[in-house]
Design a protein around this ligand. Structure first.
Ligand code: ACM
Ligand code: ZN
Length: 694
């Protein structure tokens, strides 16, 4: 952005003086569109901006995502010549109370003011009501927002779609007959319509369930209340029965039977019952904003998952994710039968989990200023108590929390706090840019093992999941090079090489991979024997050998088959998260967020959907080695929780279907139709999603 156009009213002293402006006015030339346009600069670099005056800016459109989720923004004066406010342009700018639409305003697009919870007054200067998307104000109750319109235009606004909602205090409920088309994601194995009368939903109310399903009953009660405005009762004409029948399949399998006498959900375990309830919740999504499903045709659904783990990986290191927001994500994932949240708790840029034995990790390692060109302070960590609370919360949603502590690379924050972790005690500042560091934990140093064992021991009392992730990716560039200059590492390597059982490894750049294997063998041995954990790690070709029974993640573009072959050869399991399909931190379309230009490829919704977790391999592979699917949300560019959701959804739904549903039931066009229905509901609930349905 050209400095000459910025008038700073309040400046807080900073090196780069305009990145921290609270009040910004821009006049004249304005770049809208393309990498790093003026909106991207305002949104991501003016992190402290509270007031923005664009009245004299040469700009007729607040483009899609222009000021997405800038919570600090309190005042905005829109350009005098404004015509269009694009999709999610001011989404979750919840500090804004009053807004004036210029006379020239022609169109307001989907979710432009979604989740603007602070809005009190809108003054529209347009004499003709601007064209407006039905969900321009998604997530907020517009009957509580005052709309002031030009004299003489009141009738036009009061009779125009959407604008009229500002004047009506109470929306009437629209009763809907279910049309028999089940928009369920992930698509179930079998949906059968049966003979008989339809269920009248207002007859429901009584839940019959054993005490072991109290948690699932509670979820069901909340759904009945939200979807049908129905309180549970002691007796009702139609009942909902929840029960467990271990014989129907794996613990996540369920059947859901609907007829005029009620609903019966049978799960092979509580998880299966829970998924039956999640399916019912989707059946109850109405078409209309104020709709309510009042009849459902008799139906039987039989369902079970194709793969065992369907996870999202969240990265609070690059940009911190507030604790409460993790809970929101767990609840949203669970709706689509995703069952694991993988937390990447340590990296070069931060250490985010309290470790009582090593307090410096969070005292010194959880704060920095800057993530690449965004110069804001980034701080925070999770206490052990919070993580215990998250684990318990997630358990109620049948989601497990898998912690990740990286080794031997991506550990600059820990090294910054404890230099003795490295070869020769290297002093390092915390990293403020993305990329790969050459500084690694030293594998020939007992402190490294004490540290890792103590950290994993503390974590094992918090995270009850049987899995623990050890990182293992991108350990320097070229990999593992820093150990070549360490005398004690090279002495250890010599000792390893002198073992008569050491087999030659043709084609290796050097033998440092054996040091990495030594480190992994030792830590994996500890995790298995002392903590009863199953280790996971990111697959790299220079592992050469994978410890049998471990779970590797195939993540690198173009190397999925190599990773699968290695997993089969080494009798290991594998999670599929190939960059081509599963990197949800990449933009979903050209020009979409994050508008960065370091060559991030595009992962479209369709590309995510195309993932076949069997990758063309045999049924034997699927049975013996395939563990599941994972979507990554690396957070270098994700600077708000709403943007985390934006990147995750709707692609996570495509991923959940890849991980859950049988390949023969999957069809992209059909998925898109179902998604339209479900994403409308997400928007009504205030969930932020990306825009691309194709
Ligand atoms: C990774 O993306 N570095 C696993
Ligand atoms: Zn060393």
């Amino acid at each position: 952005m050209r400095k000459k156009y910025i008038i700073l009213v309040i400046i807080f002293i900073t090196q780069c003086f305009y990145v921290n402006a609270q009040n910004v006015k821009i006049t004249g030339d304005f770049r809208c569109g393309g990498w790093n346009d003026d909106f991207r600069q305002l949104r991501d670099l003016q992190w402290n901006m509270e007031s923005l005056d664009l009245s004299e800016a040469d700009c007729d459109s607040i483009r899609q995502n222009a000021l997405h989720s800038r919570h600090k923004l309190k005042n905005i004066i829109l350009p005098n010549k404004l015509k269009i406010i694009g999709q999610q342009a001011l989404f979750a700018c919840d500090g804004i109370e009053n807004i004036t639409l210029p006379e020239s305003t022609e169109r307001i697009e989907s979710r432009a003011f979604g989740n603007c919870f602070g809005l009190k007054t809108i003054i529209s200067s347009a004499t003709t009501p601007p064209q407006i998307a039905e969900d321009a104000f998604s997530g907020i109750d517009v009957s509580k927002v005052k709309l002031i319109v030009p004299k003489g235009s009141e009738k036009a606004y009061k009779t125009s779609d959407v604008w009229k909602d500002f004047f009506s205090k109470k929306a009437g409920i629209v009763k809907e007959k279910h049309n028999g088309i089940f928009n369920i994601i992930p698509i179930p194995n079998k949906i059968r319509h049966t003979e008989g009368k339809e269920l009248i939903t207002s007859n429901l109310g009584q839940i019959i369930a054993p005490s072991s399903l109290a948690n699932e009953s509670q979820h069901l009660q909340e759904i009945l209340d939200k979807r049908l405005r129905l309180k549970t009762k002691k007796k009702s004409k139609a009942k909902i029965t929840l029960e467990i029948d271990k014989t129907i399949g794996n613990p996540e399998s369920y059947t859901l039977c609907i007829d005029d006498s009620g609903i019966k959900i049978t799960g092979a375990d509580a998880a299966g019952v829970f998924y039956g309830i999640m399916t019912l919740d989707q059946i109850l999504i109405p078409k209309n904003k104020n709709g309510q499903i009042n009849t459902i045709p008799p139906t039987i659904i039989e369902d079970s998952p194709r793969t065992e783990i369907r996870e999202l990986m969240l990265d609070p290191c690059r940009i911190f994710i507030p604790f409460e927001d993790l809970k929101g994500m767990v609840a949203e994932m669970a709706r689509y039968k995703m069952n694991a949240m993988h937390l990447h708790l340590t990296d070069d840029q931060a250490w985010r989990i309290e470790i009582k034995k090593y307090p410096r990790l969070t005292e010194k390692g959880s704060f920095r200023v800057g993530m690449d060109d965004m110069q804001m302070p980034i701080e925070g960590f999770y206490t052990q108590e919070q993580m215990k609370e998250l684990v318990a919360f997630a358990k109620n949603y049948h989601v497990e929390i898998i912690p990740e502590i990286e080794m031997p690379g991506h550990q600059v924050a820990a090294i910054h706090c404890y230099p003795e972790l490295t070869c020769g005690g290297v002093q390092l500042p915390i990293r403020t840019t993305c990329g790969v560091s050459d500084n690694l934990l030293c594998p020939s140093n007992e402190f490294t093992y004490d540290f890792l064992e103590n950290v994993f021991t503390e974590l094992s009392s918090i995270f009850t999941s049987k899995y623990v992730h050890l990182g293992g990716d991108e350990a320097g560039n070229p990999p593992l090079e820093c150990w070549s200059g360490c005398k004690s590492c090279q002495a250890l390597l010599k000792e390893i090489m002198s073992d008569p059982n050491t087999k030659p490894q043709p084609g290796s750049r050097n033998d440092n991979w054996r040091l990495q294997k030594h480190m992994f063998d030792r830590v994996i041995g500890f995790l298995r024997s002392k903590l009863n954990k199953t280790p996971m790690f990111w697959y790299e070709t220079d592992f050469h050998e994978i410890q049998p029974g471990c779970i590797v993640f195939a993540w690198r573009h173009g190397l999925t088959a190599t990773a699968i072959d290695a997993a089969i050869r080494c009798n290991a399991k594998i999670m599929l998260c190939p960059g081509e399909h599963c990197y949800l931190d990449y933009p979903a379309a050209s020009g979409d967020m994050p508008e960065v230009n370091w060559g991030m490829p595009i992962t479209s919704l369709q590309q995510t959907y195309k993932l076949n977790p069997a990758w063309g391999y045999s049924k034997d592979f699927e049975k013996n080695n395939l563990c599941g699917v994972a979507g990554t949300l690396w957070s270098e560019c994700i600077n708000s929780t709403e943007r985390l959701y934006y990147m995750a959804f709707p692609r996570a739904l495509a991923l959940s279907e890849a991980g859950w549903s049988q390949q023969s039931n999957r069809n992209y066009d059909d998925f898109v139709k179902r998604l339209k229905h479900i994403s409308t509901d997400m928007h009504r609930r205030g969930i932020c999603t990306g825009n691309q349905l194709k």
